[in-house]
Design a protein around this ligand. Sequence first.
Ligand SMILES: NC(=O)c1ccc[n+]([C@@H]2O[C@H](COP(=O)([O-])OP(=O)(O)OC[C@H]3O[C@@H](n4cnc5c(N)ncnc54)[C@H](O)[C@@H]3O)[C@@H](O)[C@H]2O)c1
Length: 350
Amino acid sequence: MPERIALIGAGVIGKRHLKAMAKVESVELVAIADPLSGAAEIATEHGVPHYPGANEMLGEVAPSGVIIATPTEHHFQPALASLDAGCHLLIEKPIAATVAEAEEIARVSEARGLCVLVGHHRRYYPQVAKAREIVRGGSLGQLVTVSGQWSVRKPESYYTPDWRRRSPAGPVLTNLIHEIDYLRHVVGEIRSVTGLTGNSVQGFEKEDAAAFAFQFENGSLGAFVMSDQADSPWAWEMATGENPAFPRNGQNCITFSGTRGALEFPNLRHWTSDGEPASWITPKAARDISLELGDAFVRQIKHFAEVVAGRANPVISAADATGTLGVTLAVLESARCGNRIDICGPERIN
Ligand SMILES: NC(=O)c1ccc[n+]([C@@H]2O[C@H](COP(=O)([O-])OP(=O)(O)OC[C@H]3O[C@@H](n4cnc5c(N)ncnc54)[C@H](O)[C@@H]3O)[C@@H](O)[C@H]2O)c1
């Protein structure tokens, strides 16, 4: 029997989950909850009942799993209501708006014996798994540095809604959180962060550029720059073409460098001294590692079905995602207070 799954929040990413669910036999969509009138039409298209509110839906439909795809500041209430109703959760990233909310979601789910999977979907790409294998497996020797960039120019129309000009909708919390999540997954826990933000292009409350330096627990150091107003080819979306809305360019935007080689990411290019002693005078050879991208959202839904069925533990748990949220918020906090922030939460990534 397929797992009975309800969707709360049928906006941009909620519709992406619906598309993925339609391709996965081990789940069955049973209801959609969203106050927008357009959501009723979406529910009709999918042949399921529509509810304006999550509580009403949870009481009547009793799903086994719920996908929460509401705006980030509205994750907390439907998450707790769904846990109260005995449902396992797939919550979109960031897990919540604050670390305190995220910790409460983790606490309640544990107390009730329910699972929380967080939608850091990039971890389902084989390129991320391969990078983790290369970096953690020692193929680069001892990892020394990580550099990265995510620089795009979002169109003027994107900022028409006022909320998109405010800090919680800035590119650090909206976009950089993806990069921080896979960096933690590939390299390991981040121990400290020093950040800078600027808004010299648009002058909105939210940042339009950010730079940060970070130290991993394994001793390697990193530097990252990002902007939602810089028209560059260096960003994950264009590198991979995961979303057809962004034309793929095949560029790489992250580098991992170790004592015995380097890796460009996400279109994996592995540089070594080709069997010679590693040195700056040794010619470097590059090997391209070609892997199919596939559909991470389909893989995520398949995994969620296994979690709901009790056959798998979430690959991105609430505690893990709270770690990613904590580091991301630390970038903003460091920029605000002008100090390095040491990350000392209980969250650890394995
Ligand atoms: N994984 C990714 O790559 C990715 C991409 C985009 C967005 N997201 C995340 O997904 C979440 C939603 O983003 P979005 O771009 O889809 O937003 P959106 O505004 O397009 O959609 C949100 C929907 O939630 C509904 N909603 C609001 N409050 C609700 C409530 N209390 N109960 C039920 N429905 C409610 C809204 O009516 C709207 O239809 C955010 O947390 C965002 O960070 C993740």
